[in-house]
Write a protein that binds this ligand. Structure first.
Ligand SMILES: Nc1ncnc2c1ncn2[C@@H]1O[C@H](COP(=O)(O)OP(=O)(O)OP(=O)(O)O)[C@@H](O)[C@H]1O
Ligand SMILES: [Mg+2]
Length: 343
């Protein structure tokens, strides 16, 4: 009963506003919402945008909308590209999980990419405040991901976390509750999808949408050579004749198509390892690299990174949830929260 009563008093939240997925964690309840960061809007006669659908329903509409309706991903490359729509999306998700008039207004932790600008910070803070938050904390995603993946971030030992999201890959080394090194590159699941779109266009004269490319990646995509070839029937439009066409693609050609974006990640990882102080490098040799983010679920990626770096590589238990789980854990640890949140 106490839990029920608590939920009327306050609803402290942690939010991971991702390029691909938005997750919400409620203190005492865990992850309560995990939805695609997509909003479908309709232009009314006065040219104003009205929200038609948010999340899964809106994602279904991507690339399939008639005139006057638009399915928008308000975040691109890890940053907010459309503030108005991002705020509408955030408000929709929050009001769905939290009561409109709680007795105590909630504290909210929002995870943001490492190194976002002050303007971006202010915008994120303001959209959270506009949804009724009492106090807003901004937390850098690599720190959140490391905590969520269960790394001992407060110890004087190096931890390396690599979060491969939709828009970005963030590589970070953390020790003593601080970020020793961090690098964010604009290569993630979206770039992998684009590489697949290009491959089909060049090799098969087939034009496919980003949703089909993502399905190919998830079903037969791989980062290492596999013994058994798998295939996928890709549906799209023939570039030459302009008619619908089905082409069977194989896992090996998709592996080749993914090589370029994946090598960018490997190179950035090498740079990070070179920039890491020697004592911390020694820790990483023992403890290895922990992977998080949806993109880290690409088949064979852990093995490929093991081969390329010679280090142990582990995938977090819940790669997509790691960031919001880490932030959520801090709702119960105010001391660490104040230590690691952005000023
Ligand atoms: N099984 C899978 N194999 C390969 N990629 C996958 C798989 N599952 C999800 N993905 C990809 O993971 C990406 C989304 O990851 P995630 O939800 O962590 O991103 P995000 O946190 O929203 O993005 P960012 O952190 O860049 O803002 C998408 O590109 C998606 O296609
Ligand atoms: Mg992310």
């Amino acid at each position: 009963m106490q839990g029920l009563f608590d939920s009327f008093i306050s609803h402290d939240l942690a939010i991971d506003l991702g390029t691909a997925t938005t997750l919400i964690y409620v203190k005492g309840r865990g992850i309560v919402s995990r939805e695609p960061s997509v909003v479908a809007v309709q232009l009314d006669k006065r040219g104003e945008r009205r929200v038609l659908a948010v999340g899964k329903d809106a994602k279904e509409m991507l690339g399939r909308t008639p005139n006057g309706i638009e399915a928008i991903r308000p975040l691109r490359d890890g940053v907010i590209a459309d503030f108005e729509v991002a705020e509408a999306m955030l408000r929709y998700f929050i009001t769905r999980v939290a009561p409109r008039w709680p007795i105590v207004r909630p504290r909210v932790i929002i995870c943001v990419p490492f190194g976002i600008t002050d303007v971006e910070k202010r915008a994120v803070r303001e959209s959270a405040e506009s949804t009724g938050a009492r106090e807003v904390f901004l937390l850098e995603e690599p720190m959140a991901a490391a905590i969520g993946a269960g790394l001992p971030v407060t110890e004087p030992a190096g931890n390396m976390i690599v979060d491969i999201g939709g828009g970005t890959t963030e590589i970070a080394v953390i020790s003593l509750a601080g970020i020793v090194y961090s690098q964010s590159l604009k290569v993630g699941g979206d770039r992998m999808d684009q590489a697949i779109v290009q491959h089909l266009r060049r090799k098969h004269s087939l034009l496919i949408g980003e949703r089909t490319a993502e399905a190919i990646k998830i079903h037969i995509g791989t980062a290492s050579r596999v013994r058994e070839l798998e295939q996928f029937e890709a549906r799209g439009r023939d570039i030459v004749h302009g008619v619908p066409k089905v082409v069977t693609v194989h896992s090996e050609e998709i592996r080749e198509a993914l090589e370029e974006p994946l090598m960018e990640i490997v190179n950035a990882l090498r740079t990070a390892l070179e920039a890491t102080p020697p004592e911390i490098s020694a820790d990483i040799v023992d403890k290895g690299i922990v992977l998080a983010g949806g993109g880290a679920q690409l088949r064979g990626l852990d093995q490929m990174l093991r081969d390329q770096t010679g280090l142990p590589v582990l995938l977090a238990d819940d790669p997509v949830g790691a960031v919001v789980l880490g932030a959520g854990a801090l709702l119960d640890n105010p001391t660490l929260l104040r230590q690691v949140a952005l000023p």
